[in-house]
Design a protein around this ligand. Sequence first.
Ligand SMILES: NC(=O)c1ccc[n+]([C@@H]2O[C@H](COP(=O)([O-])OP(=O)(O)OC[C@H]3O[C@@H](n4cnc5c(N)ncnc54)[C@H](O)[C@@H]3O)[C@@H](O)[C@H]2O)c1
Length: 345
Amino acid sequence: MANIIVLGSGAFGIALALVCNNAGHNVTIWSKFPEELDEIRNTGESSKLKGVKIPPAITLTSDKNDITGKDIVIVGIPSSFVRSVMQEVSPFISENTVIVNTSKGLENLTFKRMSEVISEECPNRAVVVLTGPSHAEELSIGVPTTVAVTSKSIESAEYIQDIFTTDTLRLYVNADIIGCELGGAMKNVIALACGISDGLGFGDNTKAALMTRGIHEITSLGLEMGAELDTFSGLTGIGDLIVTCTSAHSRNRRAGILIGQGVSPEEAVKKVGTVEGYYCCEVTHGLAQKMGVEMPITDELYHLLFEGGKAVASLGKLMGRPNRHECEHYTTLEQLQKLDKLHHE
Ligand SMILES: NC(=O)c1ccc[n+]([C@@H]2O[C@H](COP(=O)([O-])OP(=O)(O)OC[C@H]3O[C@@H](n4cnc5c(N)ncnc54)[C@H](O)[C@@H]3O)[C@@H](O)[C@H]2O)c1
């Protein structure tokens, strides 16, 4: 039995707390916001994950001292707040504790992945990333789910794989931490675009186009950043993209639908709550420019979200791009060598 503490009493933190509790581990949820914990104490559930009972066996605390001495610390905080929260709790995390990040995003301005941010704030601790197609609403009620775990320390990833595996949650280890984290972060950008398409009243063809060309541009940037090609056709690439772009649970897609229906981006984000694709679009746009990678969907979305662009015009611009071949973006020498090697293996 492992002693586990979850940072954040939001939808995904609670879902993982339930998984670990059901697997027989000793689970605590820590929140900076005592009112979130009071709601759980008073009603047995959270408005962040409506209708899901949270058993009293799960301990609730706002005391940072309770973080000390745990085997595993799970980070369930939205990406924009990960650095500040980890800075605050770092002195309370014991040296041999394994930190499991579930937050999906890239840090603004630094372009850092969440595992890099956490490692900077909590040096000398193993950081494992758990990511993949896993809506809290389904994970929490035992809907069969698969995710990937990745880390610079494969031993730590395998440890988390063993601890978190249940009858309904299956974990695969993937050694490509860059690809897994980039896929998890950037699929939210494409999900926003798919939501906008749905909100405008376009159909399945359009959504399939955005998803397919979306994973294409995510892959292009990922390869430039040192990720492995295979990762983008796996759980954390196309897998997470499918679930986020098609599900009613996806807040990124829901915000997109509102924007497509004419609500301003700022208003849509305010209405829906945690919409990480909004922030990630800005970061990805900057990163793509820095790396010299063409990302037409991300660029158009950026224009729409931050430069007053109009949804119909953006779609028109995407459709009106010069004709080209489907796979012509793998252009750098290194990428060509990688592909050549793959073809000959
Ligand atoms: N919801 C999902 O299905 C899901 C699935 C996979 C991964 N994730 C990832 O999990 C992370 C959390 O998402 P969520 O859906 O649980 O969000 P949420 O909005 O439901 O909850 C986030 C929680 O984080 C905590 N928090 C927020 N701001 C904070 C701050 N400034 N300081 C300290 N704590 C703060 C609060 O306890 C809050 O309830 C995100 O990065 C998301 O990408 C979510």
